[in-house]
Design a protein around this ligand. Structure first.
Ligand code: HEM
Length: 281
């Protein structure tokens, strides 16, 4: 992911793409692509071996099917893992920086979970504060800040700008999420802005003020799965544990720096202390 988001001349000046060979960029991309491909091939093979009564896959059609499974797996794996862990790391960081927000979320989880050890998917519908926390995290820290580069198939005119067909275009979801013309106090982490009669903006691609998953035909197809898993993980983290910063560390000492890449991680990994909650017998 870091490599995909790094600067390379060929993306910006296509006829200079040959420079990527001399900078070593092309070799690094090919090496990682091969390692990833081998890994997925092993996963698909293992899965196929487990399928009892399945004839060995030797025809051309079988091989094509196998390749599709590998590419599908590659897409899901690349698009779904890094994004999810990034969003959870930023959410936890902001919660630790805002103890009152953490407390409110924890209280909601323990109320909705009725003191049980585990929150399940059905409980999530009732957890409106959790949803507001996730939305606010996605507003401030869209895991893929420039979405995925696209090329228009025909020339278009947008607000007076002429964009010729085939131009590489990027949408800066990060800047949109922090635009003071759209958001009040955009640099403040305030999940409350999404509650009750507050802002009705949603992230499913209908409201262009908040597009961490992109929008339109090529928007993220994993959105529902991603939100269900992220919400479930965060809800269970605050339900099952009390969270704090390492002893002696102040909130203002938390490093909020970002790493460059296709997905934007914290530069310094979050270190937090979790204390299992005492369950009543
Ligand atoms: C918080 C989690 C996630 C975020 C923020 C996210 C965001 C995005 C974004 C911004 C795009 C590009 C959309 C565009 O260019 O308009 C994308 C594409 C995609 N995402 Fe996600 N995603 C997440 C999780 C997932 C998960 C869990 C999966 C699958 C299990 C997934 C599968 C995909 C696929 C396959 C594409 C490519 C779609 C295409 O090009 O047609 N994503 N995602």
């Amino acid at each position: 992911m870091e490599l995909l988001g790094s600067f390379n001349v060929g993306d910006f000046i296509p006829w200079l793409r040959w420079i990527n060979i001399f900078t070593g960029f092309s070799v690094r991309v090919d090496t990682i692509a091969k390692e990833f491909d081998d890994f997925l091939e092993e996963v698909v093979d293992e899965h196929t071996r487990k399928l009892e009564n399945r004839a060995s896959r030797e025809t051309e059609e079988d091989r094509e099917e196998e390749e599709e499974e590998r590419f599908g797996g590659q897409d899901m794996f690349a698009a779904g893992t890094d994004t999810s862990y990034t969003v959870l790391e930023w959410a936890m960081t902001e919660l630790l920086r805002h103890p009152k927000t953490m407390e409110r979320l924890r209280d909601e989880a323990r109320r909705v979970g009725k003191g049980e050890a585990e929150i399940n998917e059905d409980d999530l519908d009732e957890m409106l504060y959790l949803k507001a926390v996730m939305k606010e995290t996605l507003r401030m820290y869209p895991p893929i800040p420039l979405l995925v580069p696209r090329k228009p198939s025909r020339s278009v005119e947008i607000e007076g700008y002429h964009v010729p067909a085939g131009t590489m275009t990027m949408v800066n979801a990060w800047a949109i999420g922090r635009d003071p013309g759209i958001w009040e106090q955009p640099e403040e982490f305030m999940p409350e802005r999404f509650l009750n009669d507050g802002c009705k903006v949603d992230f499913r691609g209908q409201d262009f003020e908040l597009i961490p998953f992109g929008a339109g035909r090529r928007g993220c197809p994993g959105i529902s799965f991603a939100m269900a898993t992220n919400e479930l993980v965060l809800a269970n983290m605050v339900n099952g544990f009390d969270w704090s910063l390492p002893e002696g560390m102040r909130v203002d000492e938390l490093d909020m720096g970002e790493c460059p890449g296709l997905t934007i991680h914290k530069k310094v990994k979050l270190v937090a202390v979790c204390t299992p909650r005492q369950l009543h017998a």
